[in-house]
Design a protein around this ligand. Structure first.
Ligand code: ATP
Length: 334
């Protein structure tokens, strides 16, 4: 199997962590037909467009998109790509890595998955401004709510069989529909435990006792915020990968942004980007029934864990290794 991959390095630390990730992918036994294309701040400076047609075409034609973080122009790149490719779900796992210091209780482990609705909600880009009044309209549809809940339930079946539906249905009409649809869909999955939680309480519980969660299904904005919080709980933004998936396509990107404060210094942590590639291999393996791809996904994740256990760290985790040196340790462990 040869997979065609559109690679968007992005802005800020994007090119550095993408370079580390591509070196890891080059060292495994899977063939890629990859094409590097531009999007974001740099693409605008050089081509006059945040998302050049060539990039969009490459993304449409590929089996998957591997994307680094985008800078100030993220909303002109990420939202259109998600919409154009029909990526209605954003999967953001937060999983403890042994050896990484967190503020969790000593024996507490986190292994949760945030399943965030990715196509509507407050990010529908419907709104306006008149003088000193501005508004964004939060759109919730039965179809999108059903799609995301079904996906969350399928994910939970492969995990610990618990789904927490997170919303603010006690206040917002749009969330009431979300809650009702999730409740209806949840009744079809009698092998799962389905719970409801208000988003403010969820933010609190994520810090208080994160191990209580397995799969969290939630609308767009809440998922965006809660996943940054979950990143911190897990050990830091540099560790958190993400996947945007639809029925046919997938785009894989770290949760963190372009981190301009540390760009071009070769100090960024590449783990979130590398684990995003792991999610890509896993997804390709599942969607193409390709055991090799799933096997390499697992091996890369193990190599990352081993590298951390051996004491190797980038600066954000209290170490001294550069991005390149850290990637070399992962490749050696692979
Ligand atoms: P966005 O709004 O696009 O999410 P942001 O400016 O809110 O971006 P980030 O760019 O994600 O936030 O950076 C937040 C902080 O985390 C910064 O101090 C940055 O240096 C740090 N950070 C983010 N990613 C990494 C990484 N991979 N390695 C090390 N530090 C990182």
């Amino acid at each position: 199997m040869v997979y065609s991959i559109a690679i968007i390095p992005g802005d800020g630390i994007g090119p550095e962590i993408m370079d580390a990730t591509l070196r890891v992918l080059e060292s495994i036994d899977i063939e890629f037909d990859s094409r590097i294309v531009e999007a974001g701040d740099k693409a605008f400076r050089e081509h006059g467009s945040y998302l050049p047609n060539d990039t969009l075409e490459a993304a449409r034609k590929s089996d998957a998109v591997l994307k680094g973080p985008i800078g100030e122009s993220a909303k002109h790149v990420v939202l259109p790509l998600r919409q154009d490719l029909g990526l209605f779900a954003n999967l953001r796992p937060a999983k403890s890595i042994q050896g990484i210091n967190t503020r969790l209780m000593a024996d507490e482990e986190v292994d949760l998955l945030i399943v965030r609705e990715n196509s509507e909600g407050l990010y529908s880009r419907v709104g306006g401004r008149k003088a000193d009044v501005s508004f964004d309209i939060k759109i919730t549809t039965r179809q999108a709510s059903e799609n995301i809940m079904r996906l969350g339930c399928h994910q939970a079946r492969e995990r610990r069989k618990l789904v927490t539906v997170v919303h603010k249905a006690n206040v917002l009409q749009s969330d009431l529909l979300f809650q009702e649809v999730c409740h209806e869909v949840g009744r079809e999955y009698d092998d799962l435990k389905i719970e409801q939680m208000y988003v403010d309480n969820c933010a609190y519980q994520l810090i208080r006792e994160p191990s209580q969660f397995d799969v969290i299904v939630t609308p767009n904005l809440y998922g965006d915020i809660l996943s940054d919080e979950a990143s911190w709980v897990q050990g830091g933004l540099g560790l958190s990968p993400g996947a945007n998936i639809g029925n046919l396509r997938g785009m894989f990107e770290p949760v963190h942004g372009a981190a301009f404060d540390i760009a071009k210094q070769n100090v960024a942590n590449p783990i979130a980007m590398i684990l995003s590639a792991v999610m890509m291999l896993d997804w390709l393996g599942t969607t193409h029934s390709d055991e090799q791809s799933s096997k390499w996904a697992h091996r890369i994740e193990t190599a990352v864990n081993t590298t951390i256990l051996q004491g190797h760290r980038t600066r954000d985790l209290g170490g001294k290794l550069t991005t390149k040196e850290f990637a070399s340790h992962i490749i050696r462990n692979l």
